[in-house]
Design a protein around this ligand. Structure first.
Ligand SMILES: [Zn+2]
Length: 318
């Protein structure tokens, strides 16, 4: 059975201020203030004492290169030094030190992944991480480096044959989907607002994987306004999809922008949706015997929603 740490705490959480360095300044939806709302609620609910607190590390160049192209890393390094210009067509501006800040987010995800793989904890949560739009060779949608993609590559390097990636952020996880579209090592399931109404416009139900991975990817586009009732009807499809495979590690991108009241999306889930996703995936991982589940905060541009969705995830992973 899965291990429990000597201190009895099965869940590790990264709450370091280093994560707050990843933000695009005042007025940008992905500001540097995104962490504080979560940590306040996390402390107020007494969760700090109930989890193992993890310090992030910086991802090495070799780790970043396992997902991203050398040319793209060099491009980000140059823009990071000058602190000017955009990293993509217009959503993701450069700032001085953006390379280090983004590598810090990847490092936080990898520190959490390492702790799980070493058996120091069964599950982990990393706010701010889950930057699912970044592609191997370009930035996109506020995402510079794709920590989810780097983690998947590292798990494959460690010898895992099958990793599951589940995404309930309002936006389609295109950076993960297209990077692993034909990769049979990655089981993929993504609930998102229909691409006809929301960035990035992808994630049609007909996109089910290619080649060796045909049928291994589940995309479930939802209409604007979809609420907990809709979530309850489609979530069992995610669980049924996972049970067809035998993932040895689960990643949950639990973006809070699928909650009612987000300023840039149109889904209307409550934190109960995030709670259920976390709880059922944790149970699934435990039943598989390994217990390995890494939850990543993802999007969310309404302070209260981030605080409530992410603490609901933490409470359901305890
Ligand atoms: Zn999002």
């Amino acid at each position: 059975m899965a291990t429990t740490a000597a201190d009895g705490k099965s869940l590790a959480v990264v709450v370091s201020e280093r994560l707050a360095r990843y933000g695009f300044g005042d007025g940008h939806p992905f500001g540097a203030d995104r962490l504080a709302a979560f940590t306040r609620e996390f402390t107020a609910r007494g969760l700090e004492q109930r989890v193992r607190l993890l310090e992030p590390r910086t991802a090495s160049d070799a780790e970043l290169r396992s997902f991203h192209s050398a040319e793209y890393l060099e491009f980000v390094r140059e823009r990071s030094a000058s602190g000017t210009g955009m990293l993509d067509a217009g959503d993701t501006p450069a700032f001085k030190g953006v390379y280090e800040a983004a590598a810090g987010v990847v490092g936080a995800t990898l520190a959490a992944m390492d702790a799980i793989m070493a058996g120091e904890c069964r599950r982990a949560f990393v706010p701010i991480a889950g930057l699912h739009h970044a592609a191997r060779n370009h930035a996109a949608g506020f995402c510079v480096f794709n920590d989810c993609g780097v983690a998947i590559e590292q798990l494959k390097c460690a010898g895992l044959r099958r990793v599951a990636y589940v995404d309930i952020d309002a936006h389609h996880g295109d950076g993960v989907f297209y990077a692993f579209e034909d990769d049979a090592a990655v089981v993929f399931a993504d609930l998102h607002e229909d691409g006809r109404y929301l960035y990035p416009g992808t994630g049609d139900a007909a996109e089910t994987g290619r080649g060796a991975a045909a049928g291994m990817k589940l995309n479930v586009p939802l209409p604007p306004g979809a609420d907990d009732e809709v979530f309850a009807t489609v979530w069992p499809r995610v669980m049924a999809h996972l049970t067809k495979f035998t993932p040895e590690f689960l990643i949950l991108q639990c973006g809070a922008d699928s909650l009612e009241g987000d300023p840039i999306t149109h889904l209307r889930f409550s934190p109960q949706a995030h709670a259920r996703a976390a709880r059922e995936l944790a149970e699934f991982a435990d039943r598989a015997g390994h217990g390995r589940l890494l939850a990543l905060g993802g999007g969310g541009y309404n302070r209260a929603n981030r605080a409530h969705a992410w603490t609901a995830v933490v409470e359901n992973l305890l």
